[in-house]
Design a protein around this ligand. Sequence first.
Ligand code: CA
Length: 230
Amino acid sequence: MNKPLILVVEDDSTVRNLITTTLKSNDYRYISAPSGEAAIGAASSQQPDIVFLDLGLPDIDGVEVIKRIRSWSQMPIIVISARSEDGDKIAALDAGADDYLTKPFSVAELLARLRVTQRRLAALGGTSAESVFRNGKLTIDYGAGCAYFGDAPLKLTPTEYKLLCLLARDVGKVLTHTYLTDKIWGSSWESDMASLRVHMATLRKKVEKDPDVQYIQTHIGIGYRMLKVE
Ligand code: CA
């Protein structure tokens, strides 16, 4: 397998060096860009496999960089943001970012996010045309419109089933509250957010029958992610 090529977009040279050094010592290939314009240029000319994108850039906003890249490419984008940029982080996920890292982050976390994204890419490449989704003991039979845990059918409401399908389609990826409520109700009012929490809680109770295995992860203030279960 070819080593994946990672584009690192970060104007702070200390953080950039930390990331590129980590990538290098873990056998990834990388290119780096210190600004938004340079990032867009490198993304189109080098076609990286995955992008690490700092949101606070000197020239154009990171969210704008995502929108520009998304106009022609679905390449995975992992956002790097400071805690103070939480609102931007959500805007970034809504604009099409795949995942995020919050500064300060550890090298282990950086590598874990990369692995999650690579697994998601592999899953998408292999199973996108299949009509059955499998993850651990969870199975979704899209044709029949039902889901199973092990051999037992899950008694899901239509909304729970839709939520489960949305999470499964982007397994490994954080989906924002706004994204989910918009897909299900076509709006994202405060009341929809409250409904989402309720439906997600009942869905989790039904899906997470095995107390040791987590299928759905909550990202407080941001959204939810289905974890890839080995
Ligand atoms: Ca920055």
